[in-house]
Design a protein around this ligand. Structure first.
Ligand SMILES: Nc1ncnc2c1ncn2[C@@H]1O[C@H](COP(=O)(O)OP(=O)(O)OP(=O)(O)O)[C@@H](O)[C@H]1O
Ligand SMILES: [Mg+2]
Length: 365
């Protein structure tokens, strides 16, 4: 199995940040359509607003834009907003879909003047395609190689001006020559609970669900700083409210619903809690090796490492050290336990697990 990217999350996981099928189905209805509807990300929004406004004023195409950030924070949404704000069509493709340079040449040469080309997971593009992209971004031109071996010739092909919007969950994996060709890079941060509350109110209105302010904040607090998760939890809470209550989402209804779905006040699900509980109760808070911890919870190493741990680290509940996994004081208090004398407490709260990706700067609680 490929644990290399966001698809590593098991799709049925309610707090998984990758899009599942139902998310995709409602995406069209819930996505904000312009910058003013887009909640939060104030800095990116303001900077991007300037880039687009200036381009419109000049009557030209906007500079190429790179959007980086964890899954579900709004990269695809923003790319569509860019096209809408510029009043141009958008073509959507992704790095893994472009296997050969020829695939990219075909897409580029069929773009309309000014069109937005959205390249999702741009860090997963093949090398030859990447090199073709450098030239296309800079000069709106590509060389198409015809023939093989010594007889091969490069035929230059003029392209219409376009705006490339690249999205990546791993900005650190982009080769510098590619990164440098973007005129603007927006780093998406995790959302503050109040911002997620606004996302929830907005979605609830679109889904025709009545939500109180406390109901929204109850869901927001469990959404891991991620709008996609907030929208998904809202839909599950709505189901519960319609079946078990009068359809209104109050704090109490939201809390009861999310208890049923096993998402705790901090957004931890059953797997996260199992890992944490094993670390605390079986191994006294650690340090314990990843393999041992995985066996203890009956999961694959990779599942513990890639699915459960990143959020636990981000929340400052668990630390990865060279000696093994260690619980922080926050982990003990979150599970309502008292650390035994001499438990090796890791200093919690830094959460910097992926140096260089810039994805861990969070507003988190
Ligand atoms: N700022 C926002 N305001 C309101 N809703 C948002 C915002 N950002 C994201 N959403 C909602 O969250 C959902 C997921 O966003 P989106 O698909 O743009 O994420 P993404 O960053 O492209 O994720 P991935 O990395 O998995 O492709 C969207 O359906 C949208 O409704
Ligand atoms: Mg996306």
């Amino acid at each position: 199995m490929n644990w290399d990217d966001a698809t590593a999350e098991t799709p049925e996981r309610l707090v998984g940040s990758a899009a599942d099928r139902e998310d995709q189905a409602v995406d069209a209805a819930l996505r904000p359509k312009d910058l003013t509807e887009f909640v939060g990300q104030e800095r990116v929004r303001q900077q991007l607003g300037l880039v687009l406004q200036a381009a419109r004023k000049r009557g030209g195409t906007a500079d190429h834009v790179l959007l980086s950030g964890a899954p579900g924070l709004g990269k695809t949404t923003l790319s569509m907003i860019i096209a809408a704000e510029m009043g141009v069509p958008i073509r959507i493709t992704s790095g893994p879909a472009i296997q050969h340079a020829g695939d990219l040449a075909a897409i580029l040469s069929s773009l309309q003047e000014g069109e937005v080309l959205f390249l999702d997971e741009i860090h997963r593009m093949s090398r030859p395609a990447e090199e073709m992209l450098y030239m296309a971004m800079e000069d709106f031109r590509v060389d198409v190689i015809v023939g093989k071996g010594p007889g091969a010739t490069a035929i230059p092909l003029e392209l219409p001006a376009f705006t490339l919007v690249g999205a990546t969950t791993r900005a650190g994996l982009l080769p510098p020559p590619l990164r440098d060709r973007f005129g603007f890079t927006g780093h998406m941060e995790f959302y503050a609970p109040a911002e997620l509350g606004r996302v929830i109110h907005r979605s609830a209105a679109l889904l025709d669900v009545e939500v109180t302010a406390e109901g929204a904040s109850e869901i927001a607090g469990r959404s891991r700083g991620t709008p996609r998760i907030a929208n998904r939890l809202l839909r599950r809470v709505r189901d519960y409210a319609q079946v078990e209550a009068d359809g209104r989402v109050t704090r109490e209804v939201a809390a009861r619903a999310l208890e049923v779905y096993e998402v705790d006040e901090r957004g931890l699900d059953r797997l996260d809690l199992a890992v944490l509980r094993a670390l605390l109760t079986l191994f006294g808070g650690g340090p314990v090796g990843l393999s041992t911890l995985a066996v203890a919870v009956g999961e694959e190493r990779e599942t513990v490492e890639e699915v459960a741990e990143p959020f636990l680290v981000r929340e400052g509940l668990l630390a990865r050290t060279p000696r093994g996994r260690i619980a922080t004081p926050a982990a003990w208090s979150h599970l309502g336990l008292v650390a035994p004398q001499g438990a090796p407490l890791a200093a919690g709260g830094s959460g910097t697990d992926h140096p260089g990706t810039g994805q861990d700067g969070l507003f988190g609680p």
